[in-house]
Design a protein. Structure first.
Lengths: 102, 755
């Protein structure tokens, strides 16, 4: 496994097809799966790198967008700007969400 | 054939297409199993969470949940079995430590396992209603590890052993105990056989009871009461501390109760009745601190209060009968009352200082400050009051003595006393008075003594008297003191009357023969005066009286004056051969002395004839003149007692340094038995109309009432004045029936009011 140094406060998510995403730890923890991963005593918690072998790059990108969207509007009440994604991605995204427990 | 299904739409998880390999499930499970074993060996760091999670996820997704769940259960059981053997091999010294360590490791491992099986918890476990992974881990730890025959007994006995060691005063590892006991509590299951913590608690309570049973046996045989009490208090504090720091039992109060039961409740009587250091000893020696400890301990246990109350009552009764049976006290009202006040004060102090329990009052705004109020034990206070009430009413002369004591203090002590001192004295008397049942009897005596003070004119301060009367008023109501108020008014109007009389006389000097004449006009019925026949007054005095009557009747028509010579005072100027003296004497004494202006020697009989005084009164007067401190008359034959054959003559050789001499009237301060009976009789007579009035009042309001209720109502109405005898009430009712105020109902037990 590639052991690159991940900056403090960030995590590195790798998609099944090799795309890499650095996102803020805070945002990653929107997913219960990622949260547990980062807080448990397993190897990922030490390196801050996660291989997500289930998720291809285009989905992971959308997922990361959603994390940020979620954090941004977490405290807001009332009408939110809708989170947009292409309809053909919907089923795949649902599956990923089930996996990530988001 | 079509069956209508409910309108529920089922969304099935998307099916992955990875299931090409039929051996996939077994392989995945094997890898997971290996990982779990690694986790239990604390090698979590080398495992990839994502991989394990993904594997578990896929297994569940492909309907291998059962396999995963059961596999996990078997795997954990197997692992724990190994742990049991390892731990059992440890010696006693490190055994408990090891158990604690395994427990903590197990908890950490289970968290990790739960994390990787998170998806199973969310879906499979929830759907099949199984125990969640973490709880399953705990249940297995209990079932396989703790309940193992190799572990359980050793563990519980080990913990109890350490607790006992600490109770014996040795240092133990409290942290270890705390974590082990918490472990047992966390592992307590709800089904039978799983309630290991309840089992542990039961055994702890039993151990505790045994330990303190021994302790009590030992300490009671060697300690005095205060030492034992302090020890118990210390023990309770220790136990409380133990509960706070590690014995985190479900019902700490139960544990404390066991300690209290063993140390206090079982031995209450032994402790209280310890010779030379028990309750009585502590009370007699005013050991309020020790008593406070005793009270605090006893107050918390059942029956403790009652025991203390009964002992306190007994002790007061003992002390009271000492006072009652002390001959010196019995005959000296002042000493008697002082002794009683003193005794009461003593018990009051003890109750105030020792018998207080803490009462948590309302919580203050700041979280840390609990305001603790101490509150005197009302029931114990009541006991003291009740005992004194019993005691005061036991002694027939209480009312008389109280009044005499008051009289004594007012006449002698208060001239130089501070206001506070006086106030205090009044307060004490009122407190005792409150307990006296026959308040009307006290009133009678008080009135008698007050009358004497008012009429003597000396040592009389209206302010002081009024303070006390105010107190009586607030105690018994307006009615009680109204007649007393009249007495004060009489004295004041009399002064005005005399003033008017003086100005009305043309020539006061000559018409009164140079006598400075002073009269007090007293309202009949308001003064406690026995209507005695007036003594025969010398001519000079008679003329004064006539002059006064003439002017008084002119001012107030339709009144009747009857002269009460027995209450007056006279100031005489007497010329003795040595020098001139001024004599302060009573009117009756003056009459006797004035006889010797015309005679040198007179016999008892002659004096009696001349003055018309009753024998008793005459003897008393002559005694004070011939046998007292200043002997103005000579008696033949000499002696202390006056009998009716004695001869009296003017004592011409009388000498005294003082110009003014006050001849003390020998008065029976205390009533004789005969007088006492008379007073009692008069009080009884006074009560009759009061009881009748009460009956009529009640019946007028109720119209119809049965006997028992009527009697109890009458008693409650009259209680502020006296406690009437039921037999007397019955007689009054009968008398009222005869006079047709009431009639009997058909059933003999009820009465009807006749308008």
């Amino acid at each position: 496994m590639n052991t690159r140094k991940v900056p403090q406060g960030y995590v590195l998510l790798k998609s099944s097809d090799g795309f890499e995403f650095y996102i803020a730890e805070e945002c990653a923890k929107v997913s219960k799966f990622l949260k547990t991963t980062l807080e448990s005593g397993f190897s990922e918690a030490k390196t801050g790198q996660l291989n997500l072998n289930e998720i291809p790059g285009h989905l992971l990108e959308k997922v990361c967008e959603y994390f940020y969207y979620h954090i941004m509007y977490e405290q807001t009440e009332g009408n939110l700007a809708p989170f947009e994604f292409p309809p053909e991605m919907a089923v795949e995204l649902l599956m990923v969400a089930n996996f990530l427990d988001t | 054939m079509s069956r209508r299904l409910g309108s529920r739409v089922l969304i099935l998880p998307f099916k992955h297409s990875v299931q090409a390999d039929p051996k996939y499930a077994e392989r995945t499970w094997d890898s997971l199993k290996e990982a779990i074993k690694e986790i239990c060996k604390h090698n979590t760091g080398v495992l990839s969470y994502e991989e394990l999670y993904r594997n578990a996820y896929n297994l569940v997704l492909h309907k291998h949940g059962d396999m995963l769940y059961n596999g996990l259960e078997d795997c954990l059981t197997e692992l724990l079995d190994q742990v049991v053997r390892q731990v059992a091999a440890h010696t006693d010294s490190s055994f408990l430590e090891k158990v604690k360590q395994e427990w903590e490791w197990h908890k950490v491992s289970m968290i990790h396992i739960r994390d990787i099986l998170m998806y199973m918890d969310r879906t499979y476990v929830a759907a099949k209603r199984k125990t969640p992974v973490y709880d399953l881990g705990l249940a297995l730890f209990r079932k396989v590890f703790i309940k193992s025959t190799l572990i359980y007994e050793r563990l519980v006995n080990g913990i109890l052993g350490l607790v006992e060691l600490e109770r014996k005063g040795e240092e133990v590892n409290r942290q270890l105990l705390a974590s082990l006991i918490t472990m047992l509590r966390d592992l307590n299951g709800e089904q039978e056989g799983e309630e290991i913590f309840y089992d542990f608690e039961r055994r702890l309570l039993k151990e505790t009871a045994d330990f303190y049973y021994e302790e009590a046996q030992l300490q009671l045989s060697i300690c005095s009461c205060p030492v034992y009490l302090r020890r118990v208090e210390q023990r309770l504090v220790e136990e409380q501390d133990r509960i706070q720091s590690y014995l985190c039992v479900n019902s700490p109060s139960e544990l404390i109760k066991v300690v209290q039961d063993e140390l206090v409740t079982r031995h209450m009587e032994t402790i209280v009745d310890m010779e030379n250091s028990g309750f009585v000893h502590l009370v007699r020696n005013d050991c309020t601190q020790d008593l406070a400890i005793m009270y605090n301990l006893f107050h918390k246990v059942q029956g403790g209060d009652e025991l203390l109350r009964s002992r306190l009552k007994k002790e007061i009764h003992t002390q009271a009968s000492l006072i009652l049976n002390d001959v010196d006290n019995r005959d000296d009202p002042i000493r008697w009352v002082e002794a009683v006040i003193c005794l009461r004060q003593k018990y009051m102090n003890i109750v105030d200082d020792a018998f207080c329990h803490e009462q948590s009052a309302s919580r203050n705004t700041s979280m840390d400050a609990w305001s603790l109020d101490t509150c005197v034990d009302k029931k114990l206070l009541q006991t003291v009051n009740d005992s004194f009430e019993w005691f005061l009413n036991q002694f027939v002369r209480t009312s008389e003595y109280l009044s005499l004591y008051l009289d004594h203090r007012i006449r002698t002590d208060f001239r130089n006393a501070s206001e506070a001192e006086m106030e205090n004295c009044f307060e004490q008397v009122i407190l005792l008075f409150r307990a006296v049942r026959d308040k009307d009897l006290f009133e009678r005596y008080y009135k008698q003594h007050l009358a004497k003070r008012l009429l003597s004119g000396r040592n009389f301060s209206e302010d002081i008297e009024r303070i006390f009367i105010e107190k009586l008023k607030s105690e018994c109501g307006y009615q009680f003191t109204s007649k007393l108020e009249v007495m004060f008014t009489d004295i004041r109007t009399s002064a005005e009357e005399v003033e008017a009389f003086r100005t009305a006389l043309d020539d006061p000097q000559s018409s009164l023969n140079g006598i400075e004449f002073q009269v007090n006009v007293l309202t009949t019925g308001c003064w406690p005066i026995r209507n005695q026949p007036a003594a025969r007054l010398p001519l000079e005095m008679q003329r004064c009286c006539q002059a006064f009557e003439k002017i008084y009747f002119a001012r107030h028509s339709g009144r009747l004056l009857s002269w009460q010579t027995s209450l007056g005072n006279v100031e005489l100027r007497a010329h003795f051969p040595s020098r001139r003296h001024e004599l302060q004497v009573s009117t009756h004494q003056a009459i006797i002395l004035l006889l010797f202006n015309h005679h040198d020697e007179l016999s008892f009989r002659q004096i009696q004839e001349e003055t018309g005084l009753p024998q008793n009164e005459l003897i008393r007067c002559l005694k004070s003149l011939a046998c007292g401190k200043y002997r103005i008359l000579c008696k033949e034959p000499k002696g202390k007692e006056v009998v009716d054959t004695d001869m009296f003559s003017f004592h011409s050789k009388f000498t005294c340094k003082l110009v003014r001499i006050k001849v003390a009237n020998i008065m029976a301060e205390k009533e004789t038995e005969e007088e006492k009976r008379e007073t009692q009789g008069r009080v009884d007579d006074d009560r009759k109309p009061q009881i009748e009035a009460a009956i009529v009042r009640i019946m007028k309001a109720r119209r119809y009432l049965d006997h028992n209720n009527l009697v109890s109502e009458v008693i409650s109405q009259l209680q502020t004045h006296f406690v009437p005898e039921p037999a007397e009430i019955k007689r009054r009712i009968e008398s009222l029936i005869e006079r047709e105020f009431l009639e009997r109902d058909n059933n003999q037990r009820s009465y009807r009011y006749i308008a």
